[in-house]
Design a protein around this ligand. Structure first.
Ligand code: RTP
Length: 151
C-alpha cells in the first residue's frame, strides 16, 4: 500500500551548525514519511558543482558552492506517498522571506543564501540526486509499522 517514492533531502551546513538536524527530521517523521538513508558528509566542491550543475551559469553559483562547502551536510533519503512534492512543501519556498510560517524555511531562515535545507524538485531529479549522494548499499529497506493501515 505504501508508495516507494523517494526524495533526497539535505540539511545544509548552516542547518547542521545551528543544531537543526533534529527538528527537521522530526517534521518529516511526524508527517508520516520514512527515513531510509542518512549520513553526515563534506563531499567537496566537485561533487557540489555536479549537484547544482543546472545553476552553473547563475551569478550566485560560486557563493552557493562556497556556502555548501563550508561544513558538513546531513544527507538523507525519505520515502513515502508523494514525498517529493510534500517534502518541498515542508521545506517552504526557496527564498525564506516568501516561506509561510510553519514551513522549515519559514520558521528558521530569512536569507536565500542560507536557507537551511534542500529537497529534490521532481521524481526524476530525486532519482539522480539519490544516485549522486548515496551508494545502493547505504539505503535500507524496512517496514515502519506492522499495520498496513497506519501510514
Ligand atoms: P534547493 O535546490 O537548494 O532545494 O533550492 P531550490 O530548488 O528551492 O532553488 P534553486 O533555484 O535550485 O536554488 C538552489 C539554491 O541556490 C541558492 N540561491 N541563491 N539569488 C540567490 O542568491 C540565490 N538563489 C538561489 C539557495 O540556497 C537555493 O536553495
Amino acid at each position: 500500500m505504501a508508495s516507494t517514492e523517494r526524495t533526497f533531502i539535505a540539511i545544509k551546513p548552516d542547518g547542521v551548525q545551528r543544531g537543526l538536524i533534529g527538528p527537521i527530521i522530526t517534521r518529516f517523521e511526524q508527517r508520516g514519511f520514512k527515513l531510509v538513508a542518512i549520513k553526515l558528509v563534506t563531499p567537496g566542491k566537485e561533487h557540489l558543482e555536479k549537484h547544482y550543475a543546472d545553476l552553473a551559469g547563475k551569478p550566485f553559483f560560486p557563493g552557493l558552492i562556497e556556502y555548501m562547502n563550508s561544513g558538513p551536510i546531513c544527507a538523507m533519503i525519505w520515502e513515502g506517498r508523494e514525498v517529493v512534492k510534500t517534502g518541498r512543501i515542508l521545506l517552504g519556498a526557496t527564498n525564506p522571506l516568501a516561506s509561510a510560517p510553519g514551513t522549515i524555511r519559514g520558521d528558521y531562515a530569512i536569507d536565500v543564501g542560507r536557507n537551511v535545507c534542500h529537497g529534490s524538485d521532481a521524481v526524476e531529479s530525486a532519482e539522480k540526486e539519490i544516485a549522486l549522494w548515496f551508494q545502493e548499499s547505504e539505503i535500507v529497506s524496512y517496514k515502519a509499522s506492522q499495520f498496513d493501515w497506519i501510514y
